[in-house]
Design a binder for this molecule. Sequence first.
Ligand code: NAD
Length: 487
Amino acid sequence: MSHELRLSQPGLLRTQCLIDGQWVGADSSMTFPVTNPATGDILARVPAMGTAETLRAIAAAQNAWAGWRGKTAKERAAVLRRWYELILSLTDDLGRIITAEQGKPLAEARNEIVYAAGFVEWFAEEARRAYGETIPSPVADKRLLAIRQPIGVCAAITPWNFPAAMITRKIAPALAAGCTVVVKPAEQTPLTALALAELAVQAGFPPGVVNLVTGDPATIGGELTSSPQVRKLSFTGSTEVGRLLMAQCAETVKKVSLELGGNAPFIVFEDADLDAAVEGALLSKYRNAGQTCVCTNRFLIHDSIYDAFAERLAAKVRTLKVGNGMDEGVVQGPLIDVSAVAKVEHHIADALDKGARVLAGGERHELGGRFFQPTVLAEVTPEMLCTREETFGPVAPLLRFGSEDEALAIANATEYGLAAYFYTRDLARAFRVGEALEYGMVGVNTGMLSYDVAPFGGVKQSGIGREGSRHGIDEYLELKYLCLGGM
Ligand code: NAD
């Protein structure tokens, strides 16, 4: 089968950036390559922008802000709605771009586009519900109210693992609120971002409302975080970079939202439906080749069902088809780059050194390159690296526990707090454990919990703020108190 990137609308494949409504290259004319992780082929080259271009994008966003926030919520919603319809109508093309530059199987990529479009639809609706409040006055001659207003120019820095959804989850609420944006997508996956920007232009966002720059992360990030005109940074990526950007934002006291790394536990209690737990485990662990911030990083299995669960999971994992995401039937594509493969290998070697056993996979895939075998490790203990750090690959480490308290203690013993999962048929336990897990999101009897209508985000060092849901737009609004005297 041909792996060439063929699109029904070739114009979606943009290789210039969007600043003030113009498609432009870098001032230096320099570019950097975007490669297909399945084949290593260069798909395109995009601008290597830096300080000057980023400052122009910020200025364009600042100039466009008055006009955009001056529109009614209904007018802004109409443009978002058109963007949503354009994205959905090109699900297949956009999915192909994701698979080509990111590697995930085409079916998953198409699902990501539907998920990404869902945020645009949702926030088009929420734009009209940015209600304020009237406050019962403590004195007779005053009226007190609070109104919600757009915060201003917002910067969005996004990762490669969900090249479309991480952008819409941030900028749809920002645009709905009346903010303007400067986006810097991950250098591995700029083509999906540029295609979304092309559709934003077609949808009718005025020049300067949506700006997108590609290039050196530290330089662009440095300008976005130090500019006094940028009032808000929304970042999704690693905890390490999130910490750095938060510190950089301190100088100009910016509002920040951070969606960072995770170390999700997946607990299977002795009263669980084992088949359902195995299905949930497969979905949570091997989707996107394990490169998902909410994907399970460690499985905690009750002693009494450990062997049965391990056997059933390993049997299923051995049948997972690995290959180029464009090929029919492939459920696991390549990892994003060679350093991701090296990290997976390192975590497995460390576990085997400390006494773990391989039940499935364990090695690089025979396809070579960035492909890795879907892996299950047994007899894993909390000292092993794969349970302490985010592996971000297709490795399922299975730990044992004896009691609910022990499972909770292991699950909560991490600086992360993004997503957690558990399986039980005991209703009281479902509430008890759901409330005791120190995580922003908990899946009970499911391995999949992300929806546009639900609040997404972490606690502890997994982040600050929530995306999606009715709370997502709050991140882009300021509350202003009006006190009217002489009444
Ligand atoms: P990363 O932190 O390396 O990169 C994320 C983004 O930050 C990219 O756009 C990158 O170019 C940019 N960046 C890197 N260094 C920078 C700097 N010095 N200044 C400014 N920008 C900089 O993360 P990644 O490898 O792309 O993504 C994987 C990580 O993202 C994982 O830890 C994963 O858990 C996390 N993630 C979290 C969520 C969530 O919602 N919590 C969602 C997806 C991914």
